[in-house]
Ligand binder design. Sequence first.
Ligand SMILES: [Mg+2]
Length: 253
Amino acid sequence: MQLKSDFLIIYVFGLATMGLVMGITCVVIPRLWFFLERAYRVFMEYTPIIYQSEDRLSPVSKSRLSLVARKTLVLDMDNTMITSWFIKSGKKPENKPRIAHDFKFYLGAYGATIYVYKRPYLDHFLDRVSKWYDLTVFTSGAEIYASPILDFLDRGRGILKSRLYRQHCIEQFGMWSKSVLQACPDLSNVVLLDNSSKECSSNAGNAILIRSYEVGSRDQALINLLPFLDALRFLKDVRPMLERCTRFKSFAQ
Ligand SMILES: [Mg+2]
């Protein structure tokens, strides 16, 4: 009788252990795998790429680069490189972002103080791309507003000297629009980086759309673009690549 009851206990204990092992296999392991896969994806996709302080090109790459023309990168300002906040004189700063601004100035013509927030990694981005491209800033903002901001972003480096403002925009379908031809007459050697899909579609084949910068967000859009911009400068004509990589070709058609 004692033997039978011992056997029953061992049998029940064995079944319970098997159930536990199967439970862990079916529930815990898939969840753990999902977590590890997600962590790996975040690590692979969002870890910023750190460039060396100098370009270390192989002799083959140097020779390849010498065969193509140096390209022009046209940079939009608002919501691409910075976001600004206007606060009218005598008004309370309602809804102003609660993070520290990078620069502020008083603009008498608007009767407002302008707070400027740089997009994360902007300085590093400008440092890098100014070595690869001739830079031109093209903003549809007024010159009196944009000029002090660009002076601040340039920090005396002289890399943002070439500037186009609202008065350089062209009228298209009753709206002001940018044309990269204003910055470089050779369309095979010019790239526009802009947060506006309208501007990108009117410069189809020469544009890269970047999402608008929201103040305070953990944004890595600029640094993530560096490998692509690095590769683009080796091409004879940027348009076939940009048409393949953007959806604006069909948009324009
Ligand atoms: Mg913009």
